[in-house]
Write a protein that binds this ligand. Sequence first.
Ligand code: HEC
Ligand code: HEC
Length: 210
Amino acid sequence: MARFTNRGIVRAAIALGGAALLAAACQAPKTEEQATEQKPEQDLVTASALVGLPVGTAPADLPDSSSEAAQTYAKFCSACHGIPNPSSHSATDWPVVLRRMWLRTEGLPAGYTVPVPDQRERLLIQDYVLAHALKVTNAELPAVPGRALFESTCSRCHELPDPRQHAPQDWAAVVIRMRQHMVQILHQSPPQSQVQEIILFLEQASKAGA
Ligand code: HEC
Ligand code: HEC
């Protein structure tokens, strides 16, 4: 499959958020009968990569967007999917994710041309994401309702965030954005009652720590 087509599929799938679409784009048009057949293994592998593809950030919305670091980051991290926000992982997790991305970048078969960063560019990218990483804490969380739900829901894609990094009144908007990420990345999201419980917890916990 041509390199352009492959990238096109991933992008289209991100835009429309559906594994079914990815499968459809990946293969020649099918009759309805064929469409119900079991998908080949290769298809399953490609489709499974959709669970976890980062949500894209516009280059201008990156922190320090005009810096060399931000531009290097945007150049090398936009080849296969949208540019991930540096706050999507904690400083502990980023090095592991980056190592996986270097492997993906270097290990592509001939014909898939993706820019491969040199050692200096890799360090620049790593320093950049570490500087703007998600803030986590080891501090004890207050024992108010919603704590367990917060812990299980908000540690699925990244480490558990520090409730004190936002003022109480700002948490609702963040949680609603996270719910959209859950729909896009995990193709599922918690019911409204649970979302509300987490927001209430964060409003309490951010006050408690301040
Ligand atoms: C060669 C293609 C390719 C390039 C280049 C690439 N990625 Fe990825 N990325 C993938 C694929 C495939 C997945 C889904 C599978 C996975 O998570 O390993 C992914 C998933 C991710 C995820 C979501 C999964 C997670 O662990 O949170 C993040 C974040 C991410 N990439 C960050 C980056 C960053 C940062 C860069 C630039 C250093 C980058 N990617 C460059 C292919 C790529
Ligand atoms: C489906 C994956 C996913 C889940 C689950 C998730 N997040 Fe996130 N989180 C992200 C991504 C992607 C980013 C970076 C992009 C952004 O900030 O929107 C992020 C960034 C953040 C940030 C840093 C950015 C900011 O605005 O401060 C905070 C804080 C955060 N998440 C809190 C939460 C909370 C609270 C929950 C539980 C309700 C949660 N996350 C659940 C994917 C997720």
